[in-house]
Design a protein around this ligand. Structure first.
Ligand code: UTP
Length: 476
């Protein structure tokens, strides 16, 4: 298609609109472009609501200061009394029945850019298990497959990709035979333009502006567009179990959590863990206007972060680990007819490569602009019935965000090893471990053998001859 006479009015209008809305710089190399390239640029820009997004950036970048009043969130805590243990046991039983009846599907968000990790592929392809180096995708596939074997039925696994990594993600799964799963459904999220500090589009090529995935909240729009919701309904799915692809300790299917969610007819449930220390950079759950919601760490005052109750616990100490359950009835309306627009935009400062006046690509060393994103947890205050359930950090949260340091490949592999070492020790294997519970070597237990300590202990006890545990021990 060329910029022929028929389309000329429309294309000229876009150029006029760009010039009239502080975006004329997008056309600075227009004269150097061929017809095809001009068309590419105009078609891309046409899909972008740069006027509204600029307004949003300027509003968020200079916040009005208006906050909201909140108080500590109430949470169903881990069981300590016999009555509480019985309560958890009953919830787990209910959860298992729902899973076995096909009422639960899994949804994983894997559309992020993994910039901090510095990984150029889909983050789910990152090798993460300590001995075998299995990818995050394979690890979760095995966890899901373990449940399929238990229940004797397929479990639907929905994976959010991005336009950039969609093809690669699909290829990875098909090359690996979907890791033995029959119901893997990968669907791409949308994109938004990156903007500079004045809310202007950023040229990354002479014929393209810089774009980025629209945040894990983009899940809603993408799910509506994917056409997968009717398929889930037809197959009797009532709840979606959500986690992020970069947390290898996440349990895609968590029966006690599912049981509590069903028991309390919750629309949006979340697992949480106790914050490690007051200044830990995690979002926390709070209550405001009778609704649960998440406040990001940078929006929590130092005073609130440090506040303690009478027993010395942090008052705002329930950390968000991005493990949620949604009832489909609750979620679905937000996936259609722009329902996702109830999610506000969040702004994060980024280093965004741009073309300089000479047309050369510059990679800035300092943040020069913003990424606008929607976050799924902002749906939480929309739920009339919500539930917060405590979990143990060492059993469910060790994200891989950075190449080194905090929340890195190293910390996450150690946390996996620590968990397996704990299981083996409980199974009476004589393992020397340091004060943090880490043995002197790496070991790994596949979810296909066991994905909880209870299951491990049972299977381990049943093994007539137990394998020797040493460096690079692997059990499947
Ligand atoms: P993060 O924002 O923590 O990680 O996303 P990231 O985008 O992968 O990495 P950075 O920020 O560029 O370093 C948390 C989870 O949400 C998913 C990610 O794939 C990850 O599982 N996510 C994030 C999406 O699916 N889409 C997005 O637009 C953003």
């Amino acid at each position: 298609m060329a910029l022929g006479n028929r389309g000329r009015g429309r294309w000229e209008q876009i150029q006029d609109s760009l010039r009239n809305n502080e975006q004329g710089h997008v056309l600075q190399f227009f004269e150097q472009l061929g017809e095809e390239e001009r068309l590419e640029l105009l078609q891309q820009v046409e899909k972008v609501d740069y006027v509204a997004l600029r307004r949003e950036v300027l509003r968020l970048w200079r916040p009005s200061g208006a906050g909201f009043i909140f108080k500590p969130a109430s949470c169903t805590q881990l069981a300590s009394t016999p009555a509480e243990k019985e309560h958890w046991r009953r919830a787990e039983e209910l959860g298992r029945t729902a899973i076995a009846s096909g009422h639960v599907a899994v949804i994983t968000v894997a559309g992020g850019q993994a910039t901090r990790l510095g990984f150029d592929h889909s983050k789910g392809m990152f090798p993460i298990t300590p001995v075998k180096g299995k990818s995050l995708f394979q690890l979760f596939a095995e966890k899901i497959h373990a449940w399929e074997r238990r229940c004797g039925r397929d479990i639907f696994w929905l994976i959010l990709s991005s336009p950039t990594n969609h093809r690669e993600t699909c290829d990875f799964f098909s090359k690996n035979g979907n890791f033995g799963l029959r119901q893997v459904h990968i669907f791409p999220q949308g994109v938004l333009p990156s903007l500079d500090r004045d809310g202007r589009l950023i040229l990354e090529k002479k014929n393209a502006v810089a774009m980025h995935p629209d945040g894990h909240g983009g899940l809603l729009e993408a799910l509506g567009r994917s056409g997968l919701l009717p398929m889930l309904r037809e197959n009797g799915v009532e709840h979606l179990s959500y986690f992020q692809v970069d947390n290898p300790l996440a349990m895609p299917i968590d029966p006690a959590f599912i049981g509590f969610h069903i028991q309390q007819q919750s629309q949006f449930s979340s697992r949480c863990v106790v914050k490690k220390y007051a200044a830990e950079k995690v979002g926390v759950f709070v209550e405001s206007d009778g609704r649960l919601r998440v406040v990001e760490y940078m929006d929590l005052s130092a005073e609130c972060s440090c506040a303690q109750d009478a027993s010395g616990r942090l008052r705002f100490g329930w950390a968000n680990v991005a493990i949620h359950l949604f009832s489909l009835d609750f979620l679905e309306p937000f996936c259609h007819d722009c329902g996702w627009q109830v999610l506000p935009f969040h702004l994060s400062q980024k280093k965004i490569p741009y073309l300089n006046g000479a047309g050369h690509l510059v990679r800035p060393v300092e943040a020069n602009g913003f990424k606008l994103e929607r976050f799924i947890f902002d749906l939480l205050p929309r739920a009339e019935r919500a539930l917060l359930l405590e979990g143990r950090r060492e059993e469910m949260f060790s994200p891989v965000k950075n190449a080194a340091g905090l929340d890195s490949v190293e910390t996450s592999q150690r946390d996996q090893v620590r968990q397996f070492a704990e299981w083996l020790s409980k199974g009476r294997v004589d393992l020397s471990r340091d004060d943090s519970g880490l043995p002197p070597f790496f070991l790994e237990i596949s979810p296909l053998f066991a994905d909880t300590m209870e299951e491990f202990l049972q299977k381990w006890a049943e093994m007539p001859i137990k394998p020797a545990v040493g460096a690079n021990f692997y059990l499947e």
